[in-house]
Each structure stands twice: as C-alpha cells, then as structure tokens.
Design a protein around this ligand. Structure first.
Ligand code: AMP
Ligand code: MG
Length: 327
C-alpha cells in the first residue's frame, strides 16, 4: 500500500511517500520546505501560507521523483487537518483535496500530534510508551488507554518550543532557535536561579520566559544554560511522576525539541531510575514532516475507508486526546 502525506500545520510544507507492508512501513521520500521568518520575528500565518502555496507543487513533484512513483500509483492521500495555523492548514488540505478529487484517491484527515507519535513508534520500535511530545505547538505527556491518548501533564501556557523560540528571538536568533540555544548553553555551566513552575503535573513557562529575558544582559550563554536547565528539569519532574503513576516501561520523546541532547540526557537519567527503556525519535524526523501524516493515514486506512471531500475540514485547535484510535 502506497500513501502520500501532506504536512502544512505551521512553518513546514512537506510531502512524503511511504509504503506499508503489514506492520512495516518504509519511507520512500520525504521532501520539505521550511518558512523562515525575518530575524527576531515569529511565524506570520499569512506569510507562511504564502510560502506553502509557492512551494507546494515543487515539493510534491520532487517527492514523487525521489520515490520513483507516479501519482496514479498512490493508494491513499492524507493531510494534516489540525491542530495548526488556519491559513497554513488550508494549503495542505487544498493540495490533498485536489489530488483526491482529480485522481479519485481516498483521502484521510490526520491529527498532526498523533502523526508525531505514530511515526515515532514506527522509527523507534517503542511498543507501549509513555510519550513526551515537545514541539512548537505541543508540550504534553501522554499514555494510550482504551483507544485514546490520555494526557498526564501539559503546559498551562506556552509550549517548550515557544519558550525556546521566543527567548531565542529576544537574543537575536532567527526562529526556530532551539539549536542555537543548545549550542550556546553548552559553552557554560554557570547556573543563574530562575522560576521553576510545576503545578500538579502541569508546567508553566511564561514566568520563566520573562525572568530569562531579564538576565540576558549579564551573560547570553548563562541565560541559555539556565533556561534549558530549568525548563528541562520541570519536564523531567513531570515525566518522572507520570512514569511512576502509569508504570510504563518505555518513554518515547517526539517533536522538534526531541533533537536536544541535554533534554535526552536528563530524561535518560529518569528512565534509569524507573527501569524504563528510553526512545527518542531520529533527529531527521523529530520536526514536522509529511512522513508523520502519511504513516498515520496508512494506519487509519486499515480500519476506515477515508472521508468524503465535503468532510475534508481543517480544525485549528484539534486536540489529540479527542481522537478515537481504532487501528
Ligand atoms: P516542530 O514544531 O515539531 O517542528 O518543532 C519545532 C521546535 O523544535 C522549535 O521550537 C525549535 O526551536 C525546536 N528545536 C529544534 N531543534 C532543537 C534543539 N536542538 N533543541 C531544542 N529545541 C529544538
Ligand atoms: Mg509538530
């Protein structure tokens, strides 16, 4: 079975083709173009969607060429229907809908966050993990129970990715800033005390963001280091409590921030204490990509026929814990 997946929830426009044989999935191609806002600025939804429109046909044709596949060979097309930025989501939906309509291919709307998790499971081999989803759009701790992903902790305000990006922009990095902050943080071990805010098993990052900005003038690297140490310790505490509560024997980290080595190191320590296996999604597939959407669509196609074109909506605030997973 061959699937085509389209991702366009935020900064990335991506198409991917995967082949599914039984439970095995193989990525045949995954092509992305990423919208980069001007230095010091965040994503402007209209500008990002303009970027996606301009790049959609290039990405799609490169994806088909790389996979050595003709569009007529595709069995299903899936697209990220939310959560995300409305103008961006609509571009991916239009591309998928046009292909589905013209070539008569079954179409599947996919929840973007579930896409992160399912591709993570495919690539890491994790079976029944506690999931930490940390990206630009999400900060959530999740476990699967009775056909739904259940939330065991999440952010009460901004996400971990937003914390890093907003802080990074204030010291002059261009978004996304996580990698730059990680590099600068690795040059020091001088910790400056910052607000640590865990409420129940949820985290709050907005106070930490303001306080981190206020120490930039003393030392940019100390600020980066202290910000990472504080935010990642908050995440580790909540993950540890969730591991202990759910008694899961696996932890899987997915989302763009999963690329951070220091975060992995702290979480590995947590896993050691709880005798749990640690899995982190491969760097190349940590951020948003078409493969996440394609693989989830292929899984859905095992149990569903696809939706009619009239039902190919996008939903900006589509929470993953509202999705019933039947495959
Ligand atoms: P996503 O929304 O899944 O595409 O993830 C994007 C987020 O991942 C952005 O907020 C980036 O700053 C963040 N990110 C990417 N690489 C790293 C890294 N090495 N360390 C921390 N955050 C990162
Ligand atoms: Mg994402």
């Amino acid at each position: 079975m061959l699937g085509l997946g389209v991702e366009s929830t935020a900064h990335t426009f991506s198409c991917a083709i995967l082949e599914k044989k039984g439970k095995q999935g193989k990525i045949l191609s995954d092509v992305r173009k990423i919208y980069r806002p001007p230095e010091g600025e965040g994503i402007h939804p209209r500008e990002a969607s303009r970027h996606h429109i301009e790049n959609s046909s290039i990405v799609l044709s490169e994806c088909l060429v790389n996979a050595g596949i003709k569009i007529e060979d595709i069995d299903i097309v899936s697209y990220a229907a939310g959560p995300g930025l409305g103008p961006c989501l609509r571009v991916g939906a239009v591309v998928a809908r046009s292909l589905a309509s013209y070539y008569k291919i079954p179409i599947y709307p996919v929840n973007h966050a579930i896409g992160h998790i399912e591709l993570g499971k495919l690539l890491t081999g994790a079976q029944n993990p506690l999931v930490l989803l940390v990206s630009g759009g999400h900060t959530m701790i999740l476990a699967f129970l009775n056909k739904q992903w259940r939330v065991f902790g999440e952010t009460l305000d901004i996400t971990l990715g937003q914390l890093l990006d907003q802080f990074g922009r204030s010291i002059g990095f261009a978004s996304p800033c996580g990698k730059n902050i990680e590099e600068l943080a690795s040059t020091t071990t001088n910790y400056v005390s910052l607000p640590y805010s865990v409420k129940g098993n949820d985290v709050s990052f907005s106070g930490l963001l303001s306080a981190s900005k206020s120490i930039i003038s003393k030392s940019r690297s100390d600020a980066c280091y202290s910000l990472q140490e504080t935010a990642f310790a908050m995440i580790s505490e909540t993950v540890e409590r969730a591991l202990s509560f759910t008694r899961k024997k696996e932890l899987m980290v997915v989302g763009g921030v999963a690329a951070n080595k220091r975060l992995s190191q702290m979480l590995q320590d947590v896993c050691k204490r709880h005798n749990a296996k640690f899995f982190v999604v491969p760097l190349k597939y940590a951020g948003d990509c078409g493969s996440q959407i394609c693989w989830t669509g292929l899984l859905e196609s095992q149990v569903k026929k696809g939706v009619s074109l009239e039902n190919t909506f996008v939903t900006q605030s589509w929470r993953l814990d509202s999705v019933v997973v039947n495959y």
